[in-house]
Write a protein that binds this ligand. Structure first.
Ligand code: C5P
Length: 400
């Protein structure tokens, strides 16, 4: 990734983490990236204008109404001359100002006036981060295409523990690099992705599940976000990390997954990579099932789960333009996949052979066949990330 010659406008807002902005500027300068700083009044309580100036080797703007600044470079021009606007740390206050469209000081005015992509790296107390007001503000900003990195989880300066720590400067640098160097053919598009297994309860402690790791679905969500899409990832229980820049809705059962998917509409495309359980236990027990003295096992009566892919594929005003299903098969792959394309009413099927010998289910590689109404493409075996990148590029082409 080369950042040489790129220009970042860095807004440093209030918070103890403001000192980390100095390290971020150092990393950006080391990558030959030009940095112009804006220090808010809150930020100035934690770092000085002088230190930002020294490390960025440039002017540090602090005041909206400074006549000298206005004659040198008006705030509109300042907001446009950068390739990317970064807010690090982003306080709860500046996120709220951004969400509300306030323009009472230089930083918020620049953020309202800019026509460039904006990356925010929030940092605040855990309760401020989880407050419904902040949650709503961040959701609003994401919807508008603002990229969000972090916050990280950990011990905080206020002696509390939780999410709210500023992401580490190298991670912010990587996010800046990704935004500045990647083409964004899916900017302005919303893509819904399902991933992982579902857990269908038998009783409060037992459930029916499957071996899906969520690796492929999560990789697809990340690859779509990297192309600029706003991604809602509806994920069953998985241990893989959340992909960067993606809104994650965690669910357990197929019914919850369907509800989360329909709540996320409208979407331009839906990629159903989840391994949804076909059946659930009717009337799952409210209390833990106990062994009986005669040792007779309980009888489980299964009923079908809703088909999320078929529901999303059903024609109607909210149908995404492109609906993609997955077909995990152990035999007669092509016949079953082509049949599924018709039955489910989707546009594409990504089919793969999940026989244990392939090591695909739960593994890191995949070998897929893309089945469209025009025919079948056989893709070579590759990393799940590579499959994701190739599929995301195809989605971008289809939505262009
Ligand atoms: O019918 P089958 O489970 O083989 O179909 C697989 C495809 O359908 C996958 O894309 C999966 O995400 C989706 N599916 C679904 N809801 C179900 C079952 C499968 O969305 N209840």
């Amino acid at each position: 990734m080369t950042l040489a010659g790129k220009r970042v406008l860095l807004i440093v807002s209030g918070g103890i983490a403001a000192y980390k902005a100095i390290e971020l500027i150092r990393l950006l300068r080391k990558a030959s990236c030009a940095v112009t700083c804006v220090l808010t009044a809150g930020g100035a309580q934690f770092v000085t204008q002088l230190s930002l100036q020294a490390i960025s080797e440039g002017k540090v703007y602090t005041d909206l109404f400074s006549l000298t600044d206005e004659s040198e470079m008006g705030h509109i021009q300042l907001s446009r001359s950068a390739d990317l606007v970064v807010v690090a740390p982003a306080s709860a206050d500046i996120l709220a100002k951004m969400a509300a469209g306030l323009a009472g000081d230089l930083a918020s005015t620049l953020l309202l006036a800019t026509d460039k992509r904006v990356l925010v790296a929030p940092a605040m107390n855990v309760r401020m981060w989880s407050h419904p007001a902040t949650v709503a503000n961040v959701a609003t900003l994401r919807r508008r295409g603002v990229a969000v990195i972090g916050p990280d989880e950990g011990a905080m300066a206020c002696n509390e523990f939780g999410a709210g720590r500023l992401s580490e400067p190298p991670a912010i640098l990587a996010a800046i690099g990704a935004l500045l160097t990647a083409p964004q053919p899916l900017a302005g598009r919303h893509v819904l992705v399902t991933s992982g297994p579902t857990h269908e309860p038998i009783d409060p402690v037992r459930y029916i599940a499957n071996r899906s790791s969520g690796r492929q679905g999560h990789a697809i969500a990340g690859a779509l976000a990297a192309l600029g899409a706003r991604v809602t990832l509806v994920s069953g229980p998985v241990s893989v990390p959340d992909p960067a820049g993606v809104t994650v809705r965690r669910v357990e059962t197929a019914a919850e997954m369907l509800a989360a998917c329909t709540a996320a509409l409208p979407a331009d495309a839906a990629i159903c990579a989840a391994a949804v359980a076909d059946w659930r236990v009717e009337n799952a027990a409210g209390l833990k099932l106990k062994k009986t003295p005669d040792g007779a096992p309980p009888g489980l009566h299964l009923v079908p789960n809703p088909d999320i892919l078929a529901t999303l594929s059903a024609t109607g005003p909210e149908r995404p333009r492109l609906v993609v299903g997955f077909a995990a098969e152990t035999h007669d792959l092509r016949t079953h996949a082509a049949d599924k394309l018709r039955r489910k009413g989707c546009d594409w099927i990504v089919a793969n052979d999940v026989s244990p010998a392939t090591g695909i289910m739960g593994g890191t590689e995949n070998e897929v066949h893309l089945i469209t109404h025009d025919g079948i493409e056989d893709w070579p075996r590759m990393d799940k990330d590579a499959v994701a990148a190739r599929l995301a590029a195809r989605v971008a082409a289809a939505l262009a």
